[in-house]
Design a protein around this ligand. Structure first.
Ligand SMILES: Nc1nc2c(ncn2[C@@H]2O[C@H](COP(=O)(O)OP(=O)(O)OP(=O)(O)O)[C@@H](O)[C@H]2O)c(=O)[nH]1
Ligand SMILES: [K+]
Ligand SMILES: [Mg+2]
Length: 400
């Protein structure tokens, strides 16, 4: 029996099993069994390089966004409109058969947008090009789930389920569970919050299913069995997702209103060029990029070419900023001066651990330079200017 058949069989057993206190342990065990099989399914078959074969496109720019959706919802039309790169669009399904990259220029940053073939129910099990599409979307920073506003809301659930089946968790944060495998000592079970979904016995049973007999387990929140399995599996990817309802030109205003009010959602029309600028703003915000402008000593900052940092990709501290500029720079830094919202005074004298904010301005003072200046006293004099570097203030000179 193949892996997919095994999953189907267990799913059928779960559907047959009544949910109550007596069956809770058995159901938990079945969930762990399915999770293990799904992980097995994700391992590339022997002799191939992986599920993304033929689809992988070189990463480019400061971030990557994937367009995921059923066929003919308007993914290619959207890519063409947002990037200017042409991707064939037509009224028949599966017009797009491969991954087509385009570039969005926004807020002095470059974002790689990927058009992908449509996916359908069963994609995670390899239907259509589902597995390749999902592999590419896993490699991106956020997902735009494109939906047809005139079609069933069920599509969103189906796609979410398909992405969950391969370990993607949309708009969720990792469960607050500490888990560490040990060599000896048995299982230590603790919690700092009252648990209403699991108990010690259930957790032991799940760990047993994974053949884990020595481990430290600490629940910091009222987590579920699914959360525990996610933590044990350890290969989950937590991603932001924006639900993009396209084609609102063919939907009544009441329905559009309902869709627009859902969390993480936006309504657009490619045909009428409606709301596309708000979509870009929302997308950019979700990516959480941090633009940092460098200011050479005695000169104005270069506002045309920011260093772009991200908490998900490499981090946002002064040290991360230095590593972006040059591998060995960190060793030469005496301290840095920071202007912007991360600074408590203006400018702030900071160390490498400081977290930078979007639109901060940074000046690096190297070790030998500081020695030549003979101390830090001269940096204490600035105080009156506002802490945020807005577009208007970018034109005003910053001293030092
Ligand atoms: N009414 C309306 N039609 C749209 C809109 N956007 C796209 N379409 C149409 O929807 C159809 C499908 O568009 P595509 O861009 O090919 O959709 P897709 O999601 O890339 O489709 P596949 O590549 O087949 O998965 C085309 O006929 C488009 O003209 C819109 O805002 N409103
Ligand atoms: K199409
Ligand atoms: Mg297409």
């Amino acid at each position: 029996m193949g892996i997919i058949e095994k999953i189907k069989e267990i799913e059928a057993e779960m559907a047959r099993t009544q949910k109550n206190k007596a069956t809770e342990y058995h159901l938990g065990q079945l969930k762990a069994k399915i999770a293990k099989l799904r992980t097995q399914l994700l391992e590339p078959p022997k002799g191939t390089s992986g599920a993304g074969e033929g689809f992988e496109v070189t990463k480019f720019g400061h971030g990557r966004v994937a367009l995921i959706g059923f066929p003919s919802v308007g993914k290619s039309t959207l890519l063409t409109m947002l990037t200017g790169t042409h991707s064939e669009a037509a009224s028949y399904e599966f017009t797009t058969l491969t991954c087509i990259p385009g570039i969005i220029h926004y807020n002095d940053t470059k974002i790689q947008l990927l058009d992908l073939p449509g996916i359908i129910e069963g994609a995670s099990e390899g239907k259509g090009r589902g597995r390749q599409v999902i592999a590419v979307s896993k490699s991106s920073d956020i997902v735009l789930m494109v939906l047809d506003a005139s079609k069933s809301e069920g599509h969103r659930q189906i796609l979410t389920k398909e992405l969950e089946a391969v370990g993607l968790r949309l708009n969720k944060r990792p469960p607050q569970i500490y888990f560490k495998k040990k060599k000896t000592g048995g299982i230590s079970f603790n919690s700092t919050a009252p648990l209403t979904h699991v108990d010690e016995k259930l957790c032991y049973q799940i760990l047993h299913e994974y053949k884990i007999h020595n481990a430290e387990l600490l629940f910091r929140e009222d987590a579920t069995v699914d959360d525990l399995i996610d933590v044990i599996e350890g290969n989950r990817k937590y991603m932001k997702c924006i639900y993009v309802y396209n084609k609102i030109d063919v939907v009544g205003i009441d329905d559009v209103d309902k869709l627009a009010r859902q969390p993480n959602s936006i309504v657009i029309s490619c045909n009428l060029k409606l709301n596309l600028d708000r979509l870009l703003a929302k997308m950019w915000e979700a990516m959480g990029l941090v633009r940092v402008y460098t200011k050479p000593q005695g000169q104005q900052p270069d506002f045309s070419d920011p260093v772009v940092l991200s908490a998900d990709r490499g981090g946002c501290t002064v040290e991360d900023f230095c590593n972006h500029i040059h591998r060995n720079l960190v060793k030469e830094v005496k301290y840095v001066l920071v202007w912007g919202t991360s600074a408590r005074h203006y400018p702030q004298h900071c160390g490498l651990a400081q977290y930078l904010h979007d639109e901060d301005v940074v000046q690096i003072v190297k070790k030998k330079e500081k020695e030549a200046e003979g101390g830090r006293g001269r940096f204490k004099s600035h105080s009156t200017a506002p802490a945020r570097i807005s577009d208007r203030e970018k034109k005003a000179p910053l001293k030092t």
